[in-house]
Write a protein that binds this ligand. Structure first.
Ligand code: UT7
Length: 326
């Protein structure tokens, strides 16, 4: 059976690490509050001039090197980001320019924290429909560019980084086993950046009102994230014809350890089956799962033939699950 398989991954985290202790100096918070309420201890923050495409380029370059591939071999490039370098051109085109993907068509996918899963699903569809032979998916975010560093309820949560995956169509058991994507636009105002788009272009007033920064109803987002990620895991597993016991690792969106624990408890997933790296990354939105799987592979935790389930939830709301055999 033909499947789309991730043949290589890479990731990049910016050099600068900001600890909870440092945030204590910025806003009225404590390391203890952040750790107990989220599990996050530190996050990487991009340098001032470092953009989402810059980070995506680093992650993509590593994935290419690991695959021993030349840039010309990539014929489609999909970038998932909620923090593009510009409204246009697409961030994928900037990555294309830098890495000389001369044979590729490139476009962005906007699904916030679910962006990587949405992009993987588009890649799978294109590969199985023979619209592309080799697809590079890059998920990259500079959340710090939309973080309100005076708002303690959000600024402690996010981090910057990028992950990349190269996919090919192959005949065999390995590759994507099932996908499940869903969204509900009626809840879009619970997590958004209010200004800077066509609804509210930048003006003195929007800047004064700090409307270019991310705003979130944390409690409601938390509740929905647990509910919808449970649904996504159940659906991805059902569609793949597998059981939770068959899964080596669940790789959930790294937003909050309490969300991950609640999902594990409800689905009777053992702690050792949950891959967690948010302690050191914070919530990197679309990049979170892409970084996590690349890191897990790098650490030798995922081996050929292992079943992995990716699960996401984000602004929109968007959510999804993907089961795959590594
Ligand atoms: O990527 C997908 C989108 N994001 C998420 O999935 C995030 C979902 N939400 C969450 O992770 C959690 O709701 C938060 C971590 C954002 C908040 O945790 P919580 O346990 O739901 O706290 P809360 O909002 O109910 O606030 C409890 C208290 C409040 O004080 P009072 O009203 O009880 O006096 C807040 O003002 O904690 C206060 N608080 C803080 N205290 C110290 C809020 N932020 C902080 C802070 N430090 N950073």
């Amino acid at each position: 059976m033909y499947r789309a398989r991730i043949i290589s991954t890479g990731y990049y985290l910016p050099e600068r690490v900001v600890t909870n202790k440092e945030l204590e100096k910025l806003v009225d918070t404590t390391d203890e509050w952040i750790t107990t309420r989220t599990g996050i201890k530190e996050r990487h923050i991009a340098a001032a001039g470092e953009s989402s495409s810059d980070m995506g380029i680093r992650a993509a370059r590593w994935a290419l090197e690991k695959a021993h591939m030349k840039p010309e071999e990539i014929d489609a490039l999909i970038c998932a980001t909620a923090t593009p370098d510009h409204s246009f051109p697409a961030t994928s085109c900037l990555i294309q320019k830098a890495l000389k993907f001369t044979n590729a068509f490139a476009f962005d996918v906007s699904a916030a924290c679910s962006g990587f899963l949405y992009a993987l699903t588009v890649a799978e569809t294109m590969l199985l429909a023979d619209k592309a032979k080799t697809v590079l998916v890059v998920a990259t975010e500079k959340l710090s560019s939309v973080t309100d560093w005076t708002d303690r309820s959000t600024c402690v949560l996010f981090g910057d980084g990028a992950g990349a995956a190269i996919l090919k169509k192959e005949n065999g058991e390995r590759g994507i086993l099932s996908t499940y994507l869903k969204s509900d636009g009626t809840l879009s105002d619970l997590l958004m950046v209010p200004a800077g788009g066509s609804r509210k272009p930048a003006s003195e007033e929007t800047i004064k009102n700090r409307e270019h920064y991310l705003r979130m109803d944390g409690n409601e987002v938390f509740r929905m994230a647990v509910h919808k990620m449970i649904e996504a895991v159940e659906e991805a597993i059902k569609r793949a014809g597998i059981k939770t016991e068959d899964v080596k690792f669940f790789v959930p969106h790294q937003a909050n350890l309490r969300i991950i624990d609640a999902i594990a408890k409800r689905l009777k997933i053992k702690p050792e089956q949950m891959f967690v790296n948010l302690y050191k990354t914070g919530n990197t939105s679309a990049a979170s799962i892409a970084i996590a799987i690349s890191e897990a592979e790098e650490q030798g935790l995922i081996k050929s033939g292992d079943i992995i389930v990716l699960v996401s939830f984000g602004a929109g709301f968007t959510w999804g699950g993907i089961a795959l055999r590594w």
